[in-house]
Design a protein around this ligand. Sequence first.
Ligand code: GLN
Length: 188
Amino acid sequence: MRIGILALQGAFAEHRSMLEGLGADCVEIRQRADLMGNLDALVLPGGESTVMRKLLTELKLLYPIKKSIEDGMPVMGTCAGLILLAEHVAGGEPCFGTMPVTVRRNAYGRQLGSFQTAGDMKGIGQFPMTFIRAPYIEEVCGDVEILSVIGGKIVAARYGSQLGLAFHPELTGNPELHRYFIEEICGR
Ligand code: GLN
């Protein structure tokens, strides 16, 4: 399968090596032409969502990607990638707005800017989680399925073929979340 990884900024290389380790072909998305090659899924990495939204707009990538997601293209958004998916962003502006959740940016404050923990993830079990100036999900609507709650905050959710994670599964060396995405969300 061919997975497009948004590669404008942020932690895209780590997603690539994890997905390639699971046998997927990866295409780095930097311009509109990169979207043309029959992609089966998309990954939106962590980084800085405000910078990504600006670049997505300038490069005219925002609407074609939003349309693909709305048309059912499986997508995994991690950290800033989750912010890009969210319909409502407390402390920021929505980007694709395809996932009916409210996220709060930089939600853990300065003290807890970055931390690691492990938590239960529905469909996977205990999973190591690295949070870096992370958001959390304040509210979900409708058919959004909550997959993980840490310290009373929602940190993982699924809405049909959209998977949103507040943490960085690509930084832990554990490929189970990427495998879950490929097998359970993309159906491969
Ligand atoms: N704080 C960043 C933002 O608002 C997200 C941080 C991350 O992706 N690690 O975009």
